[in-house]
Ligand binder design. Structure first.
Ligand code: SF4
Length: 623
């Protein structure tokens, strides 16, 4: 097959052994690569294992079929394992250059099983794949680790590593690559920590062959032209996602004060314009990217001085409005610390804002916090807690467990302020202002998640794309973010599409927002790049197969309809103010539509036998 490295690396950390295997093309035919490939392999490998920190957990990293191609925004790779935050399917994705480099070295995926007795890292350089002693970098942050490994193995080496948070088994520890690209969700950094695996560095000098070189450049050029002509492209290059703060405030979807409301009075002090005006150094792009949502920023003086990667919308809202914090420099700095320690900023802000609301209600006191004041907007406390969580110091040790577990430990009724689904903190979408996001958070395989389905088509002004992708008959209801009707259909289709996109290694920017490329474009690219003759309908079915396999992985661990829930605040308490005042999430109505459309049982929420047969998953059925 073209466009792939053709080999997979398996590392047994207990035995210290490295093995290379050919890429199984029969799995690729049914699941593509990326998250689809990992879903198949890890469902089989992890089996009934229930302890994410046990050597029996297997961590997989896989590029997509188009990763490293010339298709716009084709830099992505996926990491997956049993999650220490949710105890169910965990996956996370990142862009940058690490994924393409792995392919240039001749590999498509790397798996780690077992656990090492002492810290190690894996270095891959073409045919040389070896475990190395990591004592020198254990205890160091991500940037220092990156510096040392690149000095040791060459400046062009790409490094993926954990910081102190992963080493300390913080349940929402991230895995970082290219210094500030984060595979943040699901706490997979802690799985690396439990395995004593500090880093995976890679350098490749090979080539990625393409199936149709005679037309490849011309056809890819056409994709680039379309991306450049898209009206979204100039704005994304100017702001990244930072200007979403202003847009979300406008529609009442900006999570504020632990999602008590969807508007924040200090929004303009933490938004895209504020960052661009004073702190932007330059935008940055990942491999083959025209959207360029990445950026470098700097705070030049004061207690929050730093220089490095910039927060995007999720970090701004999580460490900002969600904690009632309008001090932009502290948000930039806490984000910088999170990159250094390797923390998921969504769960970080979600956990701190839970503690702040519990403090406001008198359920957490300074006796619990060791004297740290948790008044809304106390930016010094937010920054201090970021460090204490990563290092598991004092009150930070409790928060390092995530808000759901911390609430159980604190008790006193504080669990009613946990804004999480399946123990993962919700991202920056106040769902009372966009009902599809509420449904997507409830059904996503990895717990609360905006990206698994990423149903942004009802966000604002994508009516034509809904018409094109779904049909006229669903308008105007499907495009109305406050109307629950047809959101089950929309979320189902978006999930199938997005897992397919993560299986080919494309960015969601360009495929979902803006919705420029769709199944027919991806099928064409797979033919040109990989020589894979697939129809749009076939890759659509593969997406559906992956979602169902993820559901079965979770069902083995007891997940049913009961768990596809939202915090009661969002379903029972009307939004108190802003453009979505009075709204609640009509979750049960949307779930019925979603399950019916998925072919899942309405009571249990599990795939019906006929659905599994249609998708070729009968052998995976629960007994
Ligand atoms: S849009 Fe952003 S995340 Fe996507 S490939 Fe470009 S820089 Fe990376």
């Amino acid at each position: 097959m073209h466009g792939v490295g053709g080999q997979v690396i398996w590392v047994d950390l207990t035995k210290g052994q490295v093995e290379k295997r050919p890429l199984e093309e029969e799995i690729v035919r049914d699941y593509l690569l990326g998250v689809g490939y990992l879903s198949r392999v890890l469902t089989d490998e992890i089996g009934a294992e229930r302890d994410p920190f046990s050597p029996g957990n297997v961590l997989g990293i896989a590029t997509g079929l188009l990763t490293g191609s010339m298709f716009p925004q084709s830099s992505r790779f996926t990491i997956a394992a049993l999650s220490p935050l949710t105890d169910i399917w965990g996956e996370s994705h990142a862009a940058g250059f690490w994924g393409p480099e792995l392919k240039l070295a001749g590999y498509d995926a790397v798996f780690f099983r077992g656990a090492s007795a002492s810290p190690v890292y894996l270095h891959i350089e073409d045919s040389e794949v070896n475990l190395h002693d990591a004592e020198q970098v254990w205890g160091m942050g991500v940037f220092q680790t990156d510096d040392i490994l690149r000095k040791r193995h060459g400046r062009m080496t790409r490094v993926l590593s954990i910081g102190q948070a992963g080493e300390n088994l913080v349940r929402f520890a991230a895995i970082m690559n290219d210094r500030d690209r984060a595979s943040a969700r699901s706490g997979l950094g802690a799985v690396m920590g439990a395995k004593k695996l500090k880093a995976v560095s890679v350098r490749g000098h090979g080539k990625i062959t393409v199936a149709h070189p005679e037309v490849y450049l011309t056809e890819m050029d056409e994709f680039y032209r379309r991306m450049l002509a898209n009206p979204f492209t100039p704005g994304r290059a100017k702001y990244g996602t930072t200007h979403l703060i202003e847009l979300m405030q406008h529609i009442g979807r900006l999570p504020s004060y632990n999602m008590r409301q969807g508007v924040f009075e200090g929004y303009d002090r933490i938004g895209g314009d504020a960052i661009n005006e004073c702190y932007l150094v330059k935008p940055r792009a990942d491999w083959s990217c025209l959207q360029r949502c990445g950026r470098f920023t700097a705070v030049r003086t004061g207690p929050y001085a730093y220089q490095g990667g910039s927060p995007e919308f999720e970090s701004q809202s999580s460490l900002g409005s969600r904690c009632g914090n309008a001090n932009l420099e502290s948000i930039l700095y806490a984000h910088h610390l999170s990159n250094m320690y390797g923390l998921d900023t969504i769960s970080l802000g979600g956990t701190i804002s839970w503690a702040m609301e519990a403090w406001e209600q008198g359920l957490i006191t300074s006796e619990d916090t060791g004297g740290i004041d948790l008044t809304w907007g106390n930016h010094e406390s937010i920054v201090k807690l970021t460090r204490m969580i990563a290092l598991r110091e004092g009150f930070g040790d409790l928060l390092a467990e995530g808000s759901a577990r911390a609430a159980v430990r604190i008790g006193r009724g504080s669990d009613r302020f946990v804004m999480a689904v399946k123990k993962q903190e919700m991202a920056g979408q106040e769902p009372r202002a966009q009902k599809s996001m509420g449904l997507a958070a409830a059904t996503a395989a990895r717990g609360a998640d905006h990206l698994y389905g990423f149903p942004v088509l009802d966000e604002v002004g994508f009516d034509d794309d809904i018409r094109e992708r779904f049909g006229e008959k669903y308008l105007p209801e499907m495009a109305d973010r406050l109307n629950p009707k047809y959101k089950g259909i929309m979320v189902k289709e978006c999930e199938d599409f997005m897992v397919m996109i993560e299986s080919v290694g494309l960015c969601k920017y360009g495929t979902q927002i803006p919705p420029e490329f769709y199944y027919d474009d991806v099928a064409k690219a797979l033919r040109l790049h990989n020589g894979l003759e697939v129809t749009p309908a076939q890759i659509q079915l593969i997406g559906e197969r992956i979602v169902n396999l993820n559901r079965l992985f979770n069902a083995r661990r007891g997940i049913t309809r009961r768990d596809d829930s939202l915090p009661r605040r969002l379903t029972d308490e009307p939004a108190p103010n802003g453009p979505s005042a009075g709204q609640t999430v009509e979750l049960e109505q949307m779930l019925d539509e979603y399950y019916a459309c998925r072919g899942w049982d309405l009571v249990s929420g599990l795939p019906l036998k006929s659905t599994l047969e249609r998708l070729g998953l009968s052998k995976d059925a629960l007994n």
